[in-house]
Design a binder for this molecule. Structure first.
Ligand code: ABT
Ligand code: MG
Length: 148
């Protein structure tokens, strides 16, 4: 089954949105196989956002993501990478539709509430970067028969 990496950023945690976001993930029928509240080291932030290292906003991005705790999650489900991005919304919250997490709770691109892996390849890399294999739990959801 496909897996993706979602991470509620310091703005989302600081605004008490963990429960609201987890509720949406559970309602959708996705399975949470890993989750933790953690602070992000500068090294981890720079590795995670490595593809943006030459961009002018890189310094601010690293400062922001290390500014407070994040809530990191691994989700499992059919087509979960794309479904995760759909739940999250587009990069700029001001262009993200109502009904999406960024569309409902965000206003500016620099503080867009949550991260979601953008491809299966990114998801695999990000899961390996953020979680140890012992932190991922293998179990069945009681109602999964009705989802798939
Ligand atoms: P992430 O889920 O955080 O990776 O966002 P997303 O994949 O939707 O968008 P990308 B392009 O990966 O943006 C990464 C972070 O950089 C911020 N950003 C991006 C800016 O601040 N200014 C910009 O012009 C662009 C393109 C938004 C993203 N994160 N935050 N916070
Ligand atoms: Mg991205």
């Amino acid at each position: 089954m496909e897996r993706t990496f979602l991470m509620i950023k310091p703005d989302g945690v600081g605004r008490n949105l963990i429960g609201e976001i987890v509720k949406r993930i559970e309602n959708k029928g996705l399975k949470i196989v890993g989750a933790k509240l953690m602070t992000v080291s500068e090294d981890l932030a720079k590795t995670h956002y490595g593809e943006h290292s030459e961009r002018p906003f890189f310094g601010e991005l690293v400062d922001f993501i290390t500014s407070g705790p994040v809530f990191a999650m691994v989700l499992e489900g059919e087509n979960v990478v794309q479904v995760g991005r759909t739940l999250v919304g587009v990069t700029n919250p001001s262009e993200s539709l109502p009904g999406t997490i960024r569309g409902d709770f965000g206003l500016t691109v620099g503080k867009n509430i949550i991260h979601g892996s953008d491809s299966v390849e990114s998801a695999e890399k990000e899961i390996a970067l953020w979680f140890n294999s012992e932190e991922l739990v293998d179990y069945s959801l009681v109602n999964s028969t009705w989802v798939y």
